[in-house]
Write a protein that binds this ligand. Structure first.
Ligand SMILES: Nc1ncnc2c1ncn2[C@@H]1O[C@H](COP(=O)(O)OP(=O)(O)O)[C@@H](O)[C@H]1O
Ligand SMILES: [Mg+2]
Length: 262
């Protein structure tokens, strides 16, 4: 057998190895993540999908350095972040990751430019440089003319674009989006998705968390979770990518073939 994967390992930005996250609830244990191993390469667009409770947010929190696993290792850009302390995590998070959340998480009292500047505060830039970068980021999402407005003066779709601008401001290699279209109508949601696709074409690595198969299919690769385990990892356009676990038995059996994502 020929080895298919001969990409250099330094192309792997996100490397999860045998990750467990166990919550203790009284006497019982909840295995939110139950032995997850996952490699995401630079420039990939990956959707992590699964039903409610399958472990998506837990996975996102670990990938995003917002939480640490109970066991297993996580290397981000070659650095072991699974055992880091909070302040070390904060630093690498700031440098490596841009976040887009369902509820935008904009600060109501700050204008759009100031909101977008937030991830730049610790980058050691002068105020003028920060403002210039924030304005450039707002321009990328077409909102530079609203820089002095407050978030409340914008529509939901516009607020999500501001949160995308904020995610991009520090030019992080990885964009993590947790249900980014969950609070938007379908038209605006499609706009946000096509923007994520554009970012992917520009070379960004995108990890999109969603419970919605039709949204997941916009990615290149789907990782499907059920009960804290990966039950599918491969191309987004295969029928198996969007099958619910309880539908597996009803699926026609097709010969297994290697799926190469990316
Ligand atoms: N802080 C917590 N304490 C206890 N159980 C939790 C906690 N966070 C998540 N869980 C449990 O872990 C499982 C996975 O949750 P989560 O990652 O939020 O799933 P999803 O985002 O796919 O809905 C669920 O059973 C959930 O109830
Ligand atoms: Mg969740």
């Amino acid at each position: 057998m020929q080895e298919i994967n001969n990409s250099p390992s330094d192309d792997v930005l996100i490397k999860l190895q045998d990750i467990y996250k166990i919550y203790h609830m009284g006497d019982s244990e909840v295995h939110a993540l139950d032995g997850i191993s996952l490699d995401i390469r630079r420039g990939e667009f990956v959707a992590i999908v699964g039903q409610s409770g399958s472990g998506k947010s837990t996975c996102m929190n670990i990938i995003g350095c917002l939480d640490v696993p109970t066991s297993g290792t996580y290397h981000l850009n070659g650095v072991d972040v699974s055992t880091m302390k909070d302040d070390e995590q904060a630093e690498i998070r700031n440098k490596m990751l841009g976040f887009i959340f369902q509820q935008y998480n904009l600060i109501p009292k700050l204008n759009l430019c100031e909101n977008v500047e937030l991830p730049l505060l610790y980058a050691g830039l002068s105020p003028a440089e920060r403002q210039q970068r924030a304005m450039a980021s707002l321009a990328r999402v077409g909102l530079e003319d609203k820089a002095q407005n407050l978030p409340s003066q914008l529509s939901g779709g516009q607020q999500q674009r501001v949160s995308i601008a904020r995610a991009l401001a520090g030019n992080p290699p990885v964009i993590l989006a947790d249900e980014p279209t969950g609070a938007l109508d379908s038209h605006t949601g499609r706009e946000v998705l096509s923007f994520l696709q554009k970012l992917h074409k520009d070379g960004n690595t995108i990890v999109l968390i969603t419970h919605d198969n039709s949204i997941a299919r916009q990615a290149q690769r789907i990782v499907r979770l059920a009960d804290g385990k990966i039950i599918y990892d491969g191309a987004a356009d295969r029928p198996e990518a969007v099958v619910q676990p309880d539908e597996f038995s009803a699926m026609p059996i097709t010969p297994a073939e290697e799926v190469q994502a990316g």
